[in-house]
Design a protein around this ligand. Structure first.
Ligand code: F6P
Length: 538
């Protein structure tokens, strides 16, 4: 096989210069700091703790500029079929075009359908909030809304509903049922009242096993209120799907199905009717504000040169760490409890989009694509894995996310939280030398001093939102979406399909009968042995 060479250049001269330049030194350069710290609306992006100097930044920027990224970006916004393996447009940006200052180049018919769907959402949500559920074909009294969906039909709405807790309407609780693990459905059914619960069955394909199974379970449960009548139980359901026929076959009539379109990928779909649970939770005004925040970043991405363009800058930091420095993962650590779901959301957005090794032409991509994305909430994370991030043998770039104004009045809590975020970023970058440790030491013990030394020079990014408002959240998510677009473009892969999830789904379907007692000798020896173990103990 031919040697695999990275599509992204090695920037060898810059890499070797910077290998010998500690972040302590880089941070002294004020002009560099000013270039690497940029604000758009409520979002401040600080890349000054990345191991880039201005010469390296300009070299990578010149490379990016030479890739014709602006034409590729414009093709996406205008609805070209850039998802070539599925021959689809990629138009999640059209879903929020109503909030843009720039005119959308998306097809007018699509923009009209999108606005019409927003109006439908508005009327359904308005009816329920006004206690007039029957106007939307739903029960009169509704206390709880359960979103059933998985992947993109769960992660985005879940993230936004949790993040915007301070904007929730009173008297309506939101729940997310995702996993096929029966513990989740059983737990929900124990705590909710089937009479006053409505269910949003969200599945673009209406063919996702976990979602349909959980839908059946909740429909059976609601049917207990109606003497087992499944049709009446379906009166508690709305669906969001591009497969209206399958939804109707399941029992949800077309007038209670909101559309998804082929041009919206699951992981980019929270701006569509997939965001119905968000609109129920925070009301239509705030849902539109979320869209407007994303539209603001769309406008910025469409109109700003690379030097000032936040998504492009984030992509530059990622290829620097991944392709030039060889990092294998990136940790995302929000110092914001309501953003607890951001790492899982980004896992799907980035790893399902960019976890590819074959180009649209069917060739090996060469070099590395997406790193593993992981993380959890700070400060908790400091007391779990930060030891390894400070002193372990692997250098893991981090992304810290904080908010300036919290949604509570506990000023001291917030000061402590933010001081920890800032301290961690500083400690990772600056470290503490053995000399500094020895200067504080009483006994001059060299071995202990070595263990208490921090090499520092460990890169991180800080993203600060002014506050966790719908606009700021929309902007933050759109920033990541466009970073993903840029990386797909730079790595030469289609960021908008997901063939890699199919094989396991298929095999699971083949294994099910074997678990129900119909042995199948065609499985490999390991799978056979485990099926036998399960059979022997169930
Ligand atoms: O299994 C991956 C996936 O296809 C995701 O891309 C998608 O977001 C998720 O499953 C759910 O799919 P659907 O909305 O069709 O149920």
């Amino acid at each position: 096989m031919d040697a695999i060479t990275d599509r992204v250049p090695s920037f060898a001269e810059h890499a070797s210069r910077l290998a010998n330049t500690h972040l302590r030194e880089l941070l002294k350069d004020k002009a560099r700091g000013d270039r690497l710290r940029k604000r758009v609306g409520p979002v401040l992006l600080d890349l000054s703790r990345q191991k880039l100097d201005l010469a390296a930044l300009d070299a990578v920027g010149a490379y990016v500029q030479g890739t014709n990224w602006e034409a590729a970006r414009d093709a996406m916004f205008s609805g070209a079929h850039i998802n070539t393996s599925e021959d689809r447009a990629v138009l999640h940006t059209a879903l929020r075009a109503g909030g843009s200052k720039l005119k959308s180049p998306a097809p007018a018919a699509d923009l009209e359908e999108i606005e019409a769907t927003l109006k439908r959402i508005e009327s359904i949500v308005g009816a329920v909030h006004a206690g007039k559920g029957p106007e939307a074909g739903l029960p009169a009294t509704i206390t709880d809304v359960v979103n059933i969906g998985i992947g993109g039909s769960d992660l985005g709405p879940r993230l936004a509903v949790d993040a915007l807790a301070q904007f929730h309407v009173p008297h309506l609780r939101s729940h997310f049922l995702t996993n096929v693990d029966g513990h989740a459905a059983a737990g929900l059914m124990k705590s909710l009242d089937p009479k006053t619960t409505i269910v949003l069955l969200v599945s673009k394909s209406f063919n996702t096993q976990e979602t349909l199974l959980n839908g059946n379970v909740l429909r059976d449960w609601i049917a207990t209120v109606y003497g087992g009548d499944l049709k009446k139980a379906a009166g508690h359901f709305l669906s969001v799907s591009s497969n209206t026929k399958a939804a109707a076959d399941w029992g949800i009539p077309a007038d209670k199905v909101l559309p998804m379109w082929d041009f919206v990928g699951g992981r980019f779909s929270l701006w569509s009717a997939v965001g119905l649970s968000i609109a129920f939770a925070v009301g239509m005004e705030h849902f539109r504000a979320l869209l407007a925040g994303a539209a603001m970043i769309d406008d910025h991405f469409r109109s700003t040169p690379w030097q000032e363009n936040l998504p492009v800058q984030l992509a530059i930091a990622e290829i620097w760490n991944r392709n030039v420095r060889g990092s294998t993962s990136r940790a995302v650590v929000p110092y914001v409890d309501p953003l607890i779901d951001l790492p899982s959301y980004l896992q799907q957005l980035e790893m399902e989009s960019l976890g590819k090794h074959v180009t649209p032409e069917g060739k090996h991509v060469g070099g590395r694509t997406v790193p593993v994305v992981w993380g959890s909430i700070g400060t908790n994370a400091q007391h779990a894995y930060f030891q390894a991030l400070h002193q372990g043998t692997d250098i893991v770039p981090l992304e810290f996310i904080g908010i300036v104004k919290p949604g509570h009045a506990l000023a001291e809590n917030h000061r402590v939280l933010l001081s920890n975020l800032l301290a961690q970023a500083a400690a990772l970058a600056l470290g503490k030398t053995t000399e500094e440790v020895l200067a504080e030491s009483k006994d001059g013990n060299q071995a202990i001093a070595a263990q208490r030394t921090f090499e520092g020079d460990r890169p991180s990014t800080v993203i600060l939102l002014d506050a966790l408002t719908p606009e700021a959240l929309g902007a933050l998510i759109a920033l990541y979406e466009h970073k993903v677009f840029m990386l797909g473009h730079l790595w030469g892969i289609n960021a908008f399909d997901q063939w890699g999830v199919e094989l396991g789904k298929l095999i699971a379907k083949q294994i099910q009968p074997a678990l129900a007692g119909k042995p199948d000798p065609s499985f490999d020896a390991s799978t056979q042995a485990l099926i036998a173990e399960i059979a022997a103990r169930s």
